[in-house]
Write a protein that binds this ligand. Structure first.
Ligand code: GDP
Ligand code: MG
Length: 435
């Protein structure tokens, strides 16, 4: 007896092989579906594997009736289809089992196992593929959104107009970005569509960013105010304006007893200037060139005055040595003295940052903005002070002493902005504090 195992892609091919190798008389023991061919396990195809034997009696070449016995289905028999029938000259039809497809022929569990494995492999592969596709798609969408964001901003005419407003008023790019980011976060789409609402919201945000200096009443008299700042910004003029504002009688307000001290006494012009103001207003002026002199003068005035205003020389902020010397002199006023940094509204942004930094050693509590009348662009100063968190105490808007000075008020800054339709009453109602 010869046993055999043959594989082919289909039943007929398999029988042909068996016939070719073992003749026409063989008995089939089993048939099962197998995966055939392929490359490293890939691209395999379904096939059939048949095992069987040929009795000695019917070994190839032995004459006899061509019969195929299929032991999987004992007792059953069928006429071999034409294609399976023995070839010419080998006899007529044989009693064979009806040929079945390889899929049907394998044991049920084998088929299930295979199908199950295939399903699992495909599921895993499919899952990975899906994940990759999903991630790729998400990334693609994110990129599109990122790219689309500025486009949307540009497309919205109100946001575009808002951009023009920031530019017109010389706000710094960083300040503008902060406000626009807040607008996008806090405004609804309806708000964005309504320019009046958008404008009010933006004004509110700008108003909130402007710090107003709230002077605390001094624990004991007198209040001492020192003005520092670069040359020509208007320190002396502002000292004179402040002196007048507090000393000159006004209905309902008790005039304060005011003194002016200058440490800028060496320059004749500076001396004459403050003396002239003092003479007109009837306010005494004192001179101090050293720390000791200043300490003595402050002590002398402290006995009977309400307010001491200290004028300083305005060396270039780059002159660090001079500023250091000045700080030592001013230390004579003690820690309760309030130092105010004087800045001109039209100063360009980078210079503003420089000046703020250079005068930092003076621990100034607030900023006085002068010459507001000389510029219509105040966005730069709002931006810089907001970024540095510096509050504003006074603004001056002309050369006339004593009138051209005001306590800083948010509403004044907002009403000086260009490009928006402003409702002063509404703004003042909202930002009345600081007046
Ligand atoms: N337009 C305008 N000029 C001002 C203002 N304040 C001061 N000035 C002028 O600025 C110049 C310098 O002022 P001054 O007080 O001597 O500056 P200081 O060097 O800082 O003491 C003077 O001509 C002032 O009249 C202001 O608010 N507006
Ligand atoms: Mg001066």
């Amino acid at each position: 007896m010869v046993q055999f195992t043959e594989q082919a892609y289909n039943w007929e091919e398999c029988l042909d092989k068996i016939r070719a190798n073992y003749g026409e008389h063989f008995t089939i023991l089993s048939r099962k579906a197998v995966r055939m061919g392929g490359f490293f396990g890939l691209f395999t195809r379904e096939g059939i594997e048949v095992t069987g034997y040929v009795s000695n009696r019917y070994e190839k070449g032995s004459p006899g009736f061509p019969v195929i016995h299929d032991l999987n289905h004992p007792g059953a028999s069928a006429v071999l289809p034409q294609s399976l029938s023995p070839g010419p000259g080998t006899g007529s039809s044989g009693a064979v089992r009806e040929p079945v497809s390889p899929r049907e022929s394998g044991s049920r569990s084998e088929i299930l196992d295979f199908e199950e494995a295939k399903r699992r492999v495909l599921a895993v592969a499919g899952k990975d593929l899906t994940m990759q596709q999903v991630l790729a798609t998400v990334q693609e969408i994110n990129e599109k959104i990122d790219k689309a964001a500025p486009a949307v901003q540009e497309e919205n005419p109100n946001l575009k107009q808002l951009g023009d407003f920031f530019e017109l008023n010389d706000f710094s790019p960083q300040y503008r970005e902060t406000i626009v980011a807040r607008v996008k976060k806090e405004c609804s789409l309806e708000d964005l569509e309504n320019f009046q609402v958008l404008q009010d919201t933006v004004l509110e945000m700008i108003g909130e960013s402007i710090g107003i200096y709230e002077a605390r009443p001094p624990s004991r008299r007198p209040r001492i105010m020192i003005l520092v700042g670069p040359t020509g910004v208007g320190k002396t003029t502002t000292i004179a304006k402040l002196a007048a504002a507090y000393a000159l009688p006004e209905p309902g307000i008790r005039p304060l007893s005011v003194r002016m001290i200058t440490i800028d006494s060496l320059r004749i012009g500076a001396r004459n200037q403050i003396e002239a103001y003092g003479g007109i207003m009837g306010i005494p002026v004192a001179y101090a060139d050293s720390r000791e002199e200043l300490a003595k003068t402050v002590a002398l005035f402290s006995e009977d005055v309400d307010l001491i205003l200290v004028d300083t020389f305005g060396k270039s902020p780059r002159d660090a040595v001079k500023l250091g010397e000045m700080k030592q002199i001013l230390d004579a006023c003690g820690s309760r003295a309030e130092t105010h940094l004087v800045l001109t509204a039209a100063t360009k942004t980078s210079d503003l940052f420089d000046i703020l930094r250079q005068f930092e050693p003076f621990a100034y509590r607030s900023v006085i903005i002068t010459k507001m009348d000389e510029t219509i662009k105040i966005g730069n100063i709002i931006s810089v002070l907001a970024e540095k968190g510096k509050p504003i105490s006074y603004i001056t808007n002309g050369q006339t002493v004593p009138t051209d000075i005001q306590k800083a008020a948010v509403a004044d800054f907002l009403c000086n902005l260009d490009g928006f339709q402003l409702n002063r009453q509404k703004i003042e109602g909202r930002f009345s504090a600081g007046r």
